[in-house]
Ligand binder design. Structure first.
Ligand SMILES: Nc1ncnc2c1ncn2[C@@H]1O[C@H](COP(=O)(O)OP(=O)(O)OP(=O)(O)O)[C@@H](O)[C@H]1O
Length: 266
């Protein structure tokens, strides 16, 4: 697919309620290919629910999600790999009991075509797929400076490296769009720079990145566009500089009376 055909992620009119609580209200946004779009908002604004709807873990009540113009079936997380949509989680999601290499190879394996019967009897095609998945996993680990960890169990890694493994596993899927749910959460400050470089690298490779993040420094330094969610609605959107100075955004975060002469530096 050429870069001009890649439209990235489009979310239109998504709403979701839990019982009487309307968590998302008519949310529309885009995360174009080759750029970083951030979603920020105070606690409880609906950011993780939005990530869950986009990645098919939660079924929306209304609205659609598209990757490169193709509508994704609501609530079908497993179908996302076929549509090249990858996602990382707020809480680390890695396959414990498996090596770093095999964790990343699972990402590569998910994009390969095979048959269930072939997988069951481990026919020649399955074995070739496994070999190829491991080779591309190894190449990615080299690229991200994790090659020396290939044979370690993923749970033996420091948290920051395990987070990076999760991200590399998503990249092994060769995604068109990635949703990163608070990638900086729990990371030591020293890891912020390599993380920013990794995310920027995704966009440079043409991926549409939707970055859900509380760390304003990270958001403001690498995002092209920022969407602000508040109480389930899109409050406003714009460039990092515009959003940072917007009195409505400052009020949403800090409460009324803070809007004058302040800038968002959370
Ligand atoms: N499965 C659920 N059942 C009921 N309520 C839920 C469920 N998931 C989320 N909520 C509620 O929906 C609202 C939005 O939650 P969500 O986790 O999406 O917000 P958030 O912006 O990601 O918050 P944070 O920044 O704290 O992670 C909250 O009031 C939350 O309690």
């Amino acid at each position: 697919m050429s870069t001009s055909e890649r439209q990235g992620l489009r979310v239109t009119g998504v709403s979701k309620a839990y019982g009487g609580l309307q968590v998302l209200k008519d949310v529309t946004l885009r995360a174009p290919a080759g750029s970083i779009t951030a979603v920020i908002g105070p606690n409880g604004a609906g950011k993780s629910t939005l990530a869950n709807v986009i990645s098919g873990f939660v079924t929306q009540d209304a609205g659609q999600v598209f990757v490169n113009g193709a509508e994704l079936p609501a609530g079908k997380a497993v179908a996302r790999a076929g549509h090249r949509l990858g996602r990382t989680f707020q809480n680390l999601e890695v396959f414990t009991g498996m090596t770093v290499l095999h964790n990343v190879a699972m990402g590569a394996y998910s994009r390969q075509k095979g048959s269930h019967l072939g997988d069951l009897i481990r026919g020649p095609r399955t074995r070739r797929n496994e070999r190829e998945a491991e080779e591309s996993a190894r190449a990615l680990l080299r690229k991200f400076g994790l090659e020396h960890r290939a044979d370690s169990l993923v749970e033996s890694l420091p948290f920051g490296e395990a987070k990076l493994v999760e991200m590399v596993r998503v990249l092994a899927m060769e995604p068109e769009v990635v949703v990163l749910d608070e990638p900086a959460a729990g990371l030591p400050p020293a890891s912020a720079m390599p993380l920013a470089e990794t995310i920027a690298g995704m966009a440079q490779e043409g991926i549409g990145v939707l970055l859900i993040e509380h760390n304003m420094k990270l958001v403001m330094s690498i995002s092209e566009h920022v969407v602000v969610l508040d109480q389930g609605r899109v409050l406003t959107e714009g460039s990092p500089a515009e959003v940072q100075k917007d009195p409505r955004v400052i009020e949403a975060y800090l409460g009324p009376g803070h809007a004058k002469s302040e800038e968002l530096t959370l």
